[in-house]
Structure formats: C-alpha cells, structure tokens
Design a protein around this ligand. Structure first.
Ligand code: SF4
Length: 419
C-alpha cells in the first residue's frame, strides 16, 4: 500500500502563519480592538477590508477547522435544537452553534463583528446565514449583490462591473465610518500588488501538477495552500508563503518527487472534502496510488489559473471582476464542465472523482448529470461518491471504500487492457 510521504517546509510554514492569523483574531476578541469583518470565502473584497486594517474573519474557514478537529457535531446539534433544519448547510449550523457557545473554538476565540460583509455569488444560503448573524450580533450588514455571469461568453458585462464598483464605493464609505479613517489609496494599491503576485505564484504552482509525477496532491495538499490564499491574501506574509511554496514544489518537480512513492492514477476531484474524515478519505485513494492533479474545490476562492490577476492600477474594477467572473461559485454549470474538461485534458488525468456533499446544493446539484456527461459523452471514467463536508453523520467509511475499490479495480483493468 502506498503511503503519503510528503510533509514539507510548506506545511510547517502554513501552520505557523495560520497560527499567527488565529492569534490575531484571539487578540482582537480579547481586547475588543481590530474592527472584525465577518466575510465569505467566495467572491470577497478582502483587499479592501485589509486597506482599512480590519480583521477578516471567515465563518466557513472556522467551520471547516472545527470539522477537521471533529468538533463540529455538538455545534451542529446545538443549532438544530435552536430550530435549524437537518437539511441546512452544516457550515451554517456549526457556525451558529459556535456563536451560541461563546465563539470559543479550540484554535481561536473569534472576535465579534463590527461589520457583516455578505455577498451573493451563486450561493443563496450566504444571504440567510449572514442575515441571521447580523440579527444575533447586532452588527451592521452590507450585502454585495453580484450578478451571475450570463451568456455563452462567460464574461462579465461592463455594466455589471460598474454595478459592483458602485457597491464597493458604498462599502468604502461604510468602512470609513466604522474605522474612522479615509481609504488610503496607496495602501490599497500595495495590497493589490501583493495579491497580484500571490495570484501569479498560485497559478504557477497549480501548473506544476501537469508534471509526472505531480509534485503534490492538488486536492488534499492544495488545502494547505488555500488557508494562506484566502486568510492572508493581500499581505506580505501571504506572498512570502507562496514564494517559498513555489520554490519547494518546483524543487520537487526537479527531483521527480510526488506525494506517493508510486503515482499510478492521476485524478481530478470535484466537490469539497469531508473535513471530519479527511485523513481516512485521503487514504482510500492513496491505497490505489491515486493523486489528484486538479480539483474544482481549490478554486472556490478564485480562478487564478485561468488568467485572473488583481490589478493595482484598476483596484475596484479588478476586485469586481474577481467577484463576478473569476469565481467558481458565480459561474454556470456548463462553465464548470468546461473547467473540469480542461483539467482532464491538459493535466493528463485518468479519471474524474465527484464527491457529492449533502450540505451544499451549490456544489452538488446537477452532479448526476455531470457524471453522465463525463462518463458517457466524453468517455472519462467517473466515480460519484457521497457524504458531507462537515456533518460526520453522513460519512460511511465501509460504503465509501467499496465504491472506491470497485472503481479503481475497473480502472486498473482498463489500463492493463489498453497497455
Ligand atoms: S451551501 Fe455550500 S457554498 Fe453555500 S454556504 Fe453552504 S457550503 Fe458554502
């Protein structure tokens, strides 16, 4: 059986930086200073928030951290006792449970918000979730209305960009009122420059998995990179992390090293991971020598590998374009097909694995059709498995193992026949 043998400097550095990020949140909670803004991962204007020295807090990241530590279930149940339905997104329930447990997580104490910064980028749950948080906390809520990208071009219309820029200007005025200081344009440009360079490095890192063997797993190890990409984007620390990660991973390419001793299958992963069972889930693929060379989940915060960069010379326009167009959750299902197809073809994958999660309709609705399209129309071997991203009650290891083993046995047979 293959075992994962890669835990490099990048992982240690990530732990250190995320530890510092959470220590800053705890300091904010304990001192009451720092102007915490509670925000969402997909399509957020974190650069703007950082320009005001506000603390970006991500309830989704907190929920997944609780999931990884297997601490989410009592919080989910607390929210259900309060009336949240069994069918609600479990991120929401873990987060609401955390709020009503005093905001004390094992990794940080979360500061109360001075701003609830919501945005509509495809997920309708966002609106209700953050409206509830505004009601519970009493903090002002600002909702950015981001039109869905329409039409076959998949491009944001200039009118839509202007519409979002107008809202960003209103948001700036609100942040000025909250922090008591005007927007520092030079500072915003510097932050955007750091984000732009981070985008360059992230895109470069994602292209390294085209090498055989892939130097890292673009699903399981990409998670390590996603923390700094979202929580520390627009900071010098975040950029330093990506410089080091790029150099370490490029070195692994030169040495021909992959995360497994033997890369036998290259797969594309669709859907978020089951956080409470991440290690077990990974091992089900590791056992078969399967390495993810690309994943859609790693693009929930943006699509840099397809060309997007923040632009310090067009600060608000480029923030708007990121939210509108270069954002997985704001795209159509056909664009997601296109993205996966590109991964399969350009990254040289043998198969597509779809992890359908009960909690998230945004990700999971339509995945049955997706499987049909890839397996029947394109002839790409496709496996669909089901559990949840946060709620451990929906993970059945035995059932999952049977499906995965049967799939890879068939894939192995197919490879042998082809050879
Ligand atoms: S439904 Fe999905 S995208 Fe929406 S908040 Fe829940 S996990 Fe996130």
């Amino acid at each position: 059986m293959s075992t994962v043998r890669y835990q490099g400097r990048m992982h240690e550095f990530q732990k250190e930086l995320m530890g510092r990020y959470y220590a800053e949140l705890t300091r904010g909670a304990e001192t009451g200073q720092g102007h915490a803004a509670w925000m969402l991962i997909s399509g957020n204007p974190v650069e703007l928030v950082r320009a005001f020295d506000m603390l970006p807090v991500y309830p989704e990241v907190n929920a997944l951290q609780l999931g990884v530590r297997r601490q989410s279930l009592p919080l989910i149940q607390k929210a259900e006792e309060l009336g949240y339905s069994i069918d609600n997104c479990a991120y929401v329930k873990a987060d609401i449970g955390l709020f009503f447990s005093g905001l004390k997580a094992p990794f940080a104490t979360i500061p109360r918000p001075e701003l609830i910064l919501c945005n509509y980028v495809g997920c309708g749950v966002y609106l209700q979730w953050f409206e509830h948080l505004a009601e519970y906390t009493g903090a002002p809520i600002f909702n950015l209305d981001i039109p869905t990208v329409r039409g076959p071009s998949g491009r944001a219309r200039p009118d839509d960009v202007r519409y979002v820029v107008g809202q960003l200007e209103e948001l700036i005025a609100l942040c000025e009122r909250i922090t008591g200081k005007p927007l520092d344009q030079a500072k915003l440009r510097q932050i955007l420059q750091w984000s732009k360079e981070t985008g360059d490095l992230w895109a470069e890192i994602k292209s390294l998995t085209k090498f055989v063997p892939s130097p890292f797993d673009a699903y399981f190890d990409a998670v390590t990179l996603m923390g700094p990409l979202y929580c520390l984007r627009g900071t010098e620390d975040g950029l330093t992390f990506f410089r080091e990660a790029r150099s370490e991973l490029a070195e692994r390419v030169r040495q021909g090293l992959g995360p497994l001793p033997d890369e036998r299958f290259r797969i594309v992963m669709e859907g978020p991971p089951p956080w409470p069972y991440l290690r077990i889930f990974r091992d089900l693929f590791t056992k078969w020598g399967a390495v993810a060379v690309a994943s859609t989940y790693s693009t929930v915060g943006g699509l840099w590998e397809f060309g997007f960069r923040h632009d310090p010379d067009r600060p608000l326009e480029s923030i708007a374009e990121h939210m509108l167009e270069y954002n997985l959750t704001n795209r159509s299902f056909h664009q997601r097909y296109q993205q996966i197809r590109q991964y399969v073809e350009e990254w040289g994958a043998d198969a597509l694995v779809i992890h359908s999660v009960k909690s998230c309709r945004l990700f999971s609705a339509g995945q049955g059709d997706m499987r049909e399209y890839f397996s029947k129309e394109l002839g790409v071997p496709t496996l669909l498995i089901e559990s949840d991203l946060e709620d451990p009650r929906y993970f059945s290891e035995a059932q999952m193992r049977n499906r995965i083993d049967a799939f890879f046995e068939a894939l192995e047979h197919r490879k042998l026949v082809k050879a």
